[in-house]
Design a protein around this ligand. Structure first.
Ligand SMILES: Cc1ncc(COP(=O)(O)O)c(C=O)c1O
Length: 375
């Protein structure tokens, strides 16, 4: 049994900061020192760098990933009377954005191995009122996009990729955020690329959409007091852009570390029949925002308590599928059964994964998982 690290968190943002402290401190103090906190070159630079990273012509930094989805829906003209199909297993933000533009969310079940929207079930839910699909690339794994893209282009439907958890993930040679009409990212602190506060981005290949979104996020303005369209304030802070530019330089290396940690988990836990790991897809390598296993629902709480007693933090993403959330059933009065999403919500457990997780810590986690199941 490996020796005992005192506490292993699910995510360790302090360890990440310590690893990049000198360059991060310079970036932050430069912004504070020059007193320009809104707009400016750091925003433009991050937009260029992130567009290049996601391999897409345009990127518009914005305030957070939820705004990004809402703005994407709005600029596509989606609103009251329109239906938008999204997975029933995701963070609530995807649902909120649809509701906040006045459109009707249509919840679709997931592929139980990929944890992302089942494209064939999504297509079966299309009605004359459907305007868009929002595939969510959950846990760092891209959704199976080809069937959706083919159907959407034949039927004049839009695709908005919610890539909040999938910076750098690939699908058949294409990067997350480069496939849909408009695509959205979150830089919430715990994301693979995380700000020191809230931040988000929108990507697109359309110059026309870029021009419009660029104005919307900054009060519809074309210059300081020249406002052309109804916009809003969804600007990314200059400080966050500078922070994200520093971190973006490390993202490829961090992703490789996450992928190595995931491979080690798979090897170390491979002989345990009591847990089920996510499938890997050779044509769409994931970036392991989370490392999710499944256990029997009757032992999940006990399993997590055991690991907690050994100093190992775990998470549940997500304990209630969207189809069973009160906002869905009680407020929105949506009655839908999504068996795979509901089953997943009862069985999933997220294990610690972050680039700074050491082999020693990971051995300790896996030793205790094995001990639990062999007792
Ligand atoms: C899948 C998904 N979509 C949207 C969001 C919303 O992003 P934000 O928290 O930046 O508003 C998140 C983030 O938490 C997310 O995980």
């Amino acid at each position: 049994m490996s020796s005992s690290p005192s506490h292993i968190p699910l995510v360790d943002l302090v360890a990440q900061y310590q690893a990049i402290k000198p360059e991060m401190d310079v970036a932050i103090s430069t912004i504070i020192g020059n007193g320009h906190f809104i707009g400016g070159e750091p925003i433009k630079a991050f937009a260029r760098e992130f567009a290049a990273y996601a391999n897409v012509p345009f990127c518009i930094p914005c305030a957070n990933g939820t705004d990004a989805i809402e703005i994407a829906l709005g600029v596509l003209g989606i609103g009251p009377g329109d239906e938008v199909i999204l997975p029933s297993f995701t963070f609530v933000a995807t649902l909120e954005a649809v509701c906040n533009v006045g459109a009707t969310p249509v919840l679709c079940d997931i592929d139980p191995h990929r944890y992302t929207i089942d494209p064939y079930k999504a297509i079966s839910l299309v009605t004359p009122a459907t305007k868009a699909f929002i595939p969510v690339h959950l846990f760092g794994q891209m959704a199976d996009m080809d069937p959706l893209v083919a159907f959407a282009s034949d039927n004049n439907l839009f695709i908005i990729e919610d890539a909040a958890q999938a910076h750098g993930a690939m699908y058949k040679g294409k990067k997350a955020g480069s496939i849909g009409d408009i695509n959205t990212f979150s830089f919430y602190p715990g994301k693979n690329l995380g700000a020191y506060g809230d931040a988000g981005a929108i990507t697109t290949s359309s110059q026309w959409l870029y021009d419009k979104i660029f104005k919307i996020v900054n009060h519809g303005r074309v210059s300081k007091y020249d406002h052309e369209i109804v916009g809003r304030n969804s600007r990314m802070d200059t400080l966050q852009a500078a922070i994200l530019s520093v971190k973006l330089r490390h993202l490829e290396a961090w992703t490789a570390k996450r992928q190595n940690i995931a491979a080690r988990y798979r090897a170390l836990l491979s002989n345990l029949d009591s847990i089920q790991m996510t499938r890997e897809y050779a044509d769409s390598p994931g970036v392991y925002h989370l490392f999710v296993i499944r256990v029997d629902k009757d032992i999940r709480d006990d399993f997590r308590s055991y690991l907690k007693s050994k100093g190992i933090e775990t998470g549940i993403h997500y304990p209630i599928s969207l189809s069973r959330l009160k906002v869905t059933t009680d407020q929105l009065k949506i009655d839908v059964y999504c068996p795979e999403a509901e089953k997943a919500s009862e069985e999933v457990v997220s294990l610690p994964i972050y680039p700074e997780l050491t082999d020693l810590q990971q051995d300790y986690i896996c030793d205790h998982i094995k001990t639990y199941f062999q007792k």
